[in-house]
Design a protein around this ligand. Structure first.
Ligand SMILES: [Zn+2]
Length: 66
């Protein structure tokens, strides 16, 4: 008898391997996440966080120096 691994892990039974630093959402093996400055962010939190971090650089086209 040999062990057969499932190709698609059952998400209901998967054990979380970490959590998002912002929302606390569970991160599973193989799920997309971003390690930014020592913190791990989930896919849902990345863009809002990134836009907030880039806020000092935000301007309007008319105000930008060309
Ligand atoms: Zn998150």
């Amino acid at each position: 008898m040999r062990t057969v691994r499932k190709r698609n892990a059952d998400r209901q039974r998967a054990v979380p391997r970490g959590e998002c630093a912002l929302c606390g959402g569970e991160l599973y093996a193989g799920s997309a996440c971003w390690r930014v400055w020592g913190r791990t962010l989930c896919e849902e939190c990345l863009i809002p966080w990134l836009l907030a971090e880039l806020e000092p650089y935000r301007t309007r086209w008319e105000e930008a120096e060309l």
